[in-house]
Design a protein around this ligand. Structure first.
Ligand SMILES: [Zn+2]
Length: 307
């Protein structure tokens, strides 16, 4: 039987609410990393400015005892936070080798480690979101055909296997984890570049934020703020939302076969962002369950209900 309008609406609301809270969680990871980085930039600006400006020369000096104590405290705290992750261990080791060279390298090393924490948290969060989205699709599709709870023990295991294979799959030779770490490394490199540029110009005690950490930073497209924002966009759109849409499609198709459902309808989320291609797909309902079109574009939030 064709699913009711209210059931489809309910799914639409669920998708939208999850997307926006998930995006907030990822944005918060980057915001708190930025705040942490700002604290260490301030440390150098406060301690080594001359007449209110921190110049590159002061940063090209070997770290003194206070700097090294600051570094040791930092690394002790972060080692615990990053414990047990091999990607992070590798980055910590290389940061530890480099840190003593000069103050700028010390700051670069701090930033590498802070962005490693971003990668770990983003990876954990995105994987959980994929898992939970898969679970919601099972529950929802079950509701559509009035199955309450898991009808057979095997299904649970099969769903877990699909999710696990999905999370570990490679696209263009890269796993989800690879892509998260590559982006975090690029983030560290770009932040270090932005700070280097600011140091060459001289970082002012009173305007660290204007120069580096605000939306309207003077070094705008290279500021820590703009680099963080573009990383958030990538994590949210290219990874989180896209991966969620793909797992939901995969689980839906699996369930249709498992429960021998013959038909399916395509639904858009019905807001102003829905494109013409997606509207046309909805217009062509119903489909044979075995013949669902693939997503027409990245970021497509459409969903399919089988019945
Ligand atoms: Zn769409």
């Amino acid at each position: 039987m064709k699913p009711s309008k209210s059931l489809a609406k309910k799914r639409e609301r669920e998708i939208k609410a999850d997307d926006s809270s998930d995006a907030d969680t990822l944005a918060n990871l980057l915001t708190s990393a930025s705040a942490d980085i700002r604290q260490y930039v301030s440390y150098f600006v406060d301690n080594y400015n001359e007449d209110g400006t921190l110049a590159i020369n002061a940063m090209r000096t070997a770290p003194n005892t206070t700097d090294l104590t600051t570094w040791k405290k930092f690394i002790k705290r972060y080692k615990q936070l990053l414990y047990g992750n091999s990607e992070a261990q590798y980055r910590i080791k290389s940061a530890q080798k480099m840190a003593g060279f000069d103050r700028e390298t010390l700051l670069n090393s701090i930033i590498k480690v802070i962005t490693s924490k971003v990668a770990i948290d983003a990876e954990t969060f995105i994987k959980q979101a994929i898992q939970s989205e898969a679970g919601k699709e099972v529950t929802f599709q079950g509701n559509v055909i009035k199955i309450n709870g898991i009808p057979d023990g095997d299904l649970d295991q099969q769903i877990n296997d699909i999710v696990e294979n999905f999370i570990n799959r490679e696209t263009q030779d890269l796993t989800l984890s690879n892509r998260i770490w590559l982006k975090a490394d690029a983030l560290a490199a770009k932040i270090n570049q932005a700070i280097h540029k600011a140091l060459v110009a001289g970082i002012d005690v009173d305007s660290i934020d204007d120069q580096l950490f605000y939306e309207t930073s003077r070094l705008n497209e290279d500021s820590v703020k703009s680099v963080s924002d573009s990383t958030i966009k990538y994590y949210v759109h290219a990874l989180l939302l896209n991966e969620k849409a793909l797992i939901v499609a995969a689980i839906g198709a699996f369930l249709a076969t498992h429960w021998k459902l013959k038909r399916a309808d395509w639904y858009t989320v019905e807001d102003s962002h829905v494109c013409q291609a997606c509207k046309s797909l909805q217009g062509a309902n119903p489909y044979a369950a075995s013949d669902i079109p693939s997503k027409p574009h990245i970021g497509c939030r459409c969903f399919v209900i089988y019945y």
